[in-house]
Structure formats: C-alpha cells, structure tokens
Design a protein around this ligand. Structure first.
Ligand SMILES: [Zn+2]
Length: 223
C-alpha cells in the first residue's frame, strides 16, 4: 500500500510538522498559497483560541526542503465565483510563482475549500497541472476516475483513521489523508500525530508516496 499525506495552507505549524516527518522519513505534499506569504511570518486568523500565522516568504524553501509542493491558488478564494481573468491569476500565476520559489515542477493543485466546477478544472489543467485534490471522502481513492477530482480517505484526526487505513491496506491501494497543521492545538494532539506517522513508517506493508509520483507512474486512468 502507498500512503500519501496532503497538508494545506502554509502555516507556521508546518515548520514543526516537516521536522517531525523528516524524523520518520515520511513523505508529504504541502499545498501553498504564494500570494498570502509576507516576507516575515504574519498573523492570519484565529482557530478557536489559537492564533494562526503564515510562514514567512524567506523561510519557505528551508521549511519545505525535501517535500513536494502543490498549488493551492494564489490567495485561497472560492474559485467557482471568479471571472476568467481572476481564475488565470489565481491558478496559472500561482503555479509560476511556486515553481520559481521552489525550483521544482508543480504538477498538483488543491482546490481552496475543496470547491471546483468544470470551468475551474479546465483552467487547472490548461495551466499545467495533471491532478487536483478535493476534500471529498471516499473508501477508495485509487485508481482515480478523474485526476482533477482526486478524493481523500479521511482527515489525519479522523477517529476512524485506522479502520479506514486497514481497509485500504487489505486491497493494496493508496491511502490518502489530509489536514492543516494549525488543527494541532496541544501536545496531546502532536503526540497522537507522531504515533500515527511512526506506525505507518514501521508498517512493512506501507510505503510513503507523493501524489506527483503516483500520477507520474501512469497508473491512473488516462484522459
Ligand atoms: Zn486551504
């Protein structure tokens, strides 16, 4: 079984998360909004009692070194609401910026709020992405019927994480979980995540993979 994790929004907690993942040789994809990073860390919003800050532009390449970067749009809007010109800016310009910043091809997209429509999908594809992640949960996400509407198995914090993992493992497929590191609000939750990562890394039947690798391997439905 391949295991893929996909984390959104480029927040400061990703710095701790990437350190944790490196300890366990765990791969991951990080979905970023290049239009929302200032040079230094900046306050963005509140998540309950917690302040959520975005990483500074100057630290991004160091924080995400060794991980896959995907495009989460320039400024995280509801894409189906946008004009054609704004869609181009939010999708195509964002991809160009990320490729310049990280020096790696950006093949993946992740819809802000999980929302898309046929027009959005067409722009995502035309801008050079070959797959795009939603937040739609499914028992089986691979192989995908539509690479531009890739589903997920569950969130990292889902109480049914392990039953879902075992179900996918039984079929030898791909298990994809996702989330935002700002959801980790105390040490108990960080410890629970570390235990999950450690258990997956120690599982002889599991192998960490990146989304771009899966799609590059050509095991998806062609269209
Ligand atoms: Zn997001």
């Amino acid at each position: 079984m391949k295991v893929v994790q996909s984390w959104d929004d480029g927040v400061v907690d990703d710095a701790r998360l990437t350190e944790l993942l490196r300890q366990y040789q765990a791969r991951a994809t990080f979905n970023l909004n290049p239009g929302l990073h200032q040079r230094q860390r900046a306050f963005s919003w509140r998540y309950g009692d917690k302040e959520v800050w975005r990483l500074g532009r100057d630290e991004l390449t160091a924080v995400y070194a060794g991980f896959e970067i995907a495009n989460h749009s320039l400024t995280h809007p509801h894409l189906p609401d946008l004009s054609a010109i704004d869609l181009e800016r939010e999708i195509r310009d964002s991809r160009s910026l990320l490729q310049d910043w990280f020096g790696q091809p950006v093949r993946g997209f992740c819809y802000p709020f999980g929302t898309c429509n046929p027009t959005v999908k067409a722009v995502v594809r035309a801008a050079g992405h070959d797959h795009a992640r939603t937040v739609t949960e499914a028992e089986s996400v691979w192989p995908v019927a539509d690479p531009l509407e890739l589903g997920v198995n569950c969130r990292f914090s889902d109480p049914t994480f392990w039953p879902r993992y075992q179900q996918v493992k039984a079929s030898g497929g791909v298990f994809l979980f996702w989330g935002h590191s700002y959801e980790l609000v105390d040490e108990t939750q960080w410890a629970a995540l570390e235990a999950k990562i450690a258990r997956i890394s120690a599982d002889p039947d599991a192998e960490w993979a990146s989304l771009a690798d899966l799609f590059a391997a050509g095991t998806t439905v062609q269209c």
